[in-house]
Ligand binder design. Structure first.
Ligand code: THU
Length: 126
């Protein structure tokens, strides 16, 4: 699937973000090895530390359907470039190769592509 198709999907999902505290809306779509998309949004909580990022929501939703191999993820926010946090990088590392493609998209700036291995060098793995 092209990044453009995934970007369109992420843009359509971002209204589902539950972000009443930060007002930073994020949607993520992850493509699995069979070309299916799995969606996630950030879900905040009044106990701030309970917040779940869009990327992890997407990975966990996919795993719950029985999928554990992925090709790429697109992350979109209209509120600024949603570069994945450290926790999300580690969760992606659990399931993805070091050349796994991460596309970060916001409005008014060009999309940026990263490889997981560059965002999480010397990753921890058992
Ligand atoms: N957030 C994500 O969901 N993904 C990112 O890549 C960056 C940050 C969320 C967490 C929180 O709900 C809000 O954005 C502000 O940190």
């Amino acid at each position: 699937m092209t990044s453009d198709e995934m970007i369109r999907e992420a843009k359509s999902l971002v209204t589902r973000s539950y972000s009443p505290y930060s007002h930073f809306r994020v949607a993520a779509v992850i493509e699995d090895i069979d070309g299916h998309l799995h969606a996630g949004v950030n879900v905040e909580n009044s106990s701030y530390g309970m917040t779940m990022c869009a990327e992890r929501s997407a990975v966990f939703a996919a795993v719950a359907t029985g999928v554990k191999e992925f090709k790429q993820i697109v992350i979109y926010s209209p509120d600024g470039p949603p570069v994945p946090c450290g926790a999300c990088r580690q969760v992606l590392w659990e399931f993805c190769d070091k050349d796994f493609k991460i596309t970060v998209v916001s409005d008014g700036v060009p999309p940026r592509d990263f490889q997981l291995g560059n965002l999480l060098p010397e990753a921890f793995q058992l």
